[in-house]
Design a binder for this molecule. Sequence first.
Ligand code: PAF
Length: 282
Amino acid sequence: MRTATTKAEVRAAVAEARRAGKRIALVPTMGYLHEGHLSLLDRARAGADWVAMSIFVNPLQFGPTEDLSRYPRDLERDLRLAGGRGTDLVFTPPVEEMYSAGEQKVFVLPDASLEDHLDGASRPGHFRGVLTVVAKLFGIFAPDLAVFGQKDLQQALLIRRMVADLDMPLEIDVAPIVRESDGLAMSSRNVYLSAEERARALALSRAVEACRARFAAGETDGDALRAVVRSALDVPGVEVDYAEVVDPATLDAVKVAAPGSVCAVAARMGRTRLIDNAILGA
Ligand code: PAF
């Protein structure tokens, strides 16, 4: 496995792979890898001949009071794990390589109709940061395929829309959520949780599962489903940010749920904010 810290090194490696006729896949991450990230590498490998991963904790997508400085990092372990999954190249740029002299004068902005929901409503500017860095990574790698996780539901939707609306010539694949054996959705941020907070955090997966089960049992009323979710999240020490059942294309709250509607939750356990979701009828 090769590593690169500069855009020039990436471009040279990609050009070489292209000359060899390879289809290129990119898995963008912020590192501190877990099985969820590794499942993205497996999907990338299934859909391409040459697989790259980027590991970059993107300052642009963190708000001033968020966890940028304490975001977990362990590059040595990440490289070992990525190598174990047959990754061809890992790109680990320093911040200055991505944002020269700390300057960026052009950004990718989502329309408010897709931003002002769920995480976009709670984290102003977050998706401007995500879309801008992902657009830059697409510019650097020019991949044929990029793979993201379903846990970041709104991110995946906005990236798909960016690619469609800005005519970016690549395919986007979205992989299912990978869970711990007790149901907790895998997240790099799970490492922040104390034992008590981790136990409380199970309320999130239980809430989306309760919603999925109630829908499967025949309930389609949006408010009734949201009440199921809120009740499952009503646990001491769990501060709910949102508990929604939304349309997967518009992220508007549904009046009547249908197969494909998504139950999405976010909550804080202490200082740690986690998200989870489930596709109804899936
Ligand atoms: O999902 C993430 O880890 C990040 O938001 C991404 C897509 C790598 C952009 O920084």
